[in-house]
Design a protein around this ligand. Structure first.
Ligand code: SF4
Length: 498
């Protein structure tokens, strides 16, 4: 094998779309190229041994914020044990601030930005000459119609066991400064008919779970409607073998035509991920996020009340200009809209994002190591930020997990942020841990917490116990309802059953 394309995915279930794009676009080198994916946490020696077993001349690594540390170790070991192999890097983590990174220093070549045409060309030059003189190659962006679609490269095993990522467009026209897509000038769509043809083939091969990585699925409503119609047709034709689709939406753009389409989906067929990030207009202005808060809230409320979509809404803590009180207000506002999940993220400094322009004025201190999480701002000190980090983790365990669907409402009562923060501080003082808390122990702790808040032991035990019993009843009731797609993510299935 001449060229290996490799990356460390965050989980086995995440099949790398980026590597498959590269392989699909290798042209005459495709027959001499193969994929070798790993999962983070793998032993460096084992990764290196497997890579070397293919005797490659070139290895191209996809480098992301979640794998940069481990990929750096792999590249360092390769350079010691097999210095003759040419190492080429690509991916968002190495596409910016290229002078600062150890992994780039050790590599032979780097392709920044889009690799679809530049990577194959670079490989051809490395193999056949003339030897490329420059180390860093800015990825050329070809017309979208010239990019080969990667979907046929999903294997039967990928289709059976992994999340299938698909994209109808690349890029985003918005400029939120914490996001790498802020650097895109616009969004570029793939040819819709070609794309739908690819979805059709995947479906015919058995694919049922489709995760769209488009940054803003509802930018072009005509396109969104056609894609949704593809899934509605499949649902109508095969109600006993349904599909499941995940889309990212901008929250303040939901025309009636789109609402009508969304309302037709049965339970367990649709998930929306919606970024709110902050409800504070001053913070939004500071980070150049354009968002009509009233419209966004109305649309989320409408989706929660009138559609069967599973709703996952994102907030970010640690943005410049946001203090605890402002974040708490936004959180409470969002809880009142009742999405199934609130992803409470802590700001990370993605390399290349313009947010660093606020560093001095807003006292932004980021961790020096990936994923470069914010440690403190002028308005939130380090200790308080750690309380928020723990809040986020416990929120995931107790609220987002769907395991305490009724109990959580009583825990939050009329002051969701303050009440959950009190719980978060308390459970941390009891456990000194945010991970590896067994479910039984967690349920016991939640029961104890309710008692510290004045609930009788019997009532608390019943309430927490009923969440489990309720899930069993609801699951039984669901046996007579339309069946969600096989392999619907567990949490979503629990929320459906709640
Ligand atoms: S946060 Fe969303 S809307 Fe804003 S630039 Fe990024 S992808 Fe676009």
């Amino acid at each position: 094998m001449t060229i290996l394309l490799s990356t460390l995915n965050a989980r086995y279930a995440h099949a790398s779309l980026g590597l498959r794009y590269l392989l699909a676009n290798m042209g005459e080198l495709q027959g001499r190229t193969r994929l070798q994916e790993f999962v983070i946490g793998a032993k460096t020696t084992e990764v290196v041994e497997k890579l070397l077993s293919h005797a490659p001349r070139i290895i191209g690594f996809g480098v992301y914020i979640w794998n940069v540390d481990e990929t750096t170790k792999v590249v360092a070991m390769l350079k010691r044990i097999a210095p003759g192999i040419t190492i080429v890097l690509g991916g968002p983590e190495v596409s910016h601030e290229t002078g600062d990174q150890d992994i780039i220093r050790m590599a032979d070549y780097l392709v920044t930005g889009w690799g679809d045409v530049t990577f194959p060309k670079l490989c051809g030059d490395i193999l056949d000459g003339p030897k490329p003189l420059m180390k860093i190659h800015a990825g050329a962006q070809p017309p979208m119609a010239e990019i080969a679609m990667p979907y046929a490269l999903y294997t039967d095993e990928d289709i059976a066991h992994r999340t299938l990522y698909v994209e109808a467009s690349r890029g985003c026209p918005f400029k939120c400064e914490f996001c790498l897509s802020a650097l895109d000038k616009t969004a570029w769509p793939f040819g819709l008919d070609t794309f739908l043809g690819e979805l059709e083939s995947l479906h015919a091969r058995g694919a049922r779970l489709f995760k769209f990585v488009d940054r803003t699925f509802n930018l072009n409503i005509k396109t969104s409607l056609k894609i949704m119609q593809f899934f509605l047709d499949k649902l109508e034709a095969n109600p006993d073998d349904p599909v499941y689709a995940h889309f990212e939406l901008v929250p303040d753009h939901l025309p009636d035509a789109l609402k009508e389409g969304i309302a037709k989906f049965p339970p367990g067929a649709l998930q929306f991920e919606i970024g709110i990030q902050s409800f504070n207009p001053e913070v939004q202005a500071l980070v150049s996020r354009k968002q009509d808060n009233a419209k966004a809230a109305d649309n989320i409320r409408w989706l929660c009340e009138h559609s069967n979509a599973h709703m996952h809404v994102d907030l970010i803590a640690g943005l410049p200009g946001e203090d605890m009180a402002s974040f708490a207000r936004g959180f409470d506002q969002l809880v009142a809209l009742k999405p199934h999940e609130i992803q409470f993220g802590i700001l990370k400094r993605l390399r290349g994002t313009p947010i660093i322009r606020h560093t001095e004025q807003y006292g932004l201190v980021f961790d020096a190591y990936a994923p470069y999480t914010i440690l403190a701002t002028s308005l939130i000190d380090f200790q308080t930020m750690q309380r928020l980090v723990r809040f986020s983790r416990y929120w995931d365990l107790v609220a987002n997990s769907g395991r305490f669907a009724n109990t959580i409402e009583r825990m939050l009562a009329d002051a969701p942020f303050d009440n959950f923060m009190a719980f978060s501080d308390w459970i941390y003082s009891k456990t000194d841990a945010t991970h590896r808390i067994a479910l039984d122990r967690l349920a016991n702790l939640v029961t104890q917490w309710l008692q510290t808040r004045g609930m009788g032991k019997e009532e608390a035990t019943l309430l927490v116990g009923r969440d489990y019993a309720g899930r069993v009843d609801a699951t039984a009731a669901q046996a007579h309802a339309p069946r969600p797609a096989a392999g619907v993510p567990q949490r979503q299935a629990r929320h459906l059953a709640a």
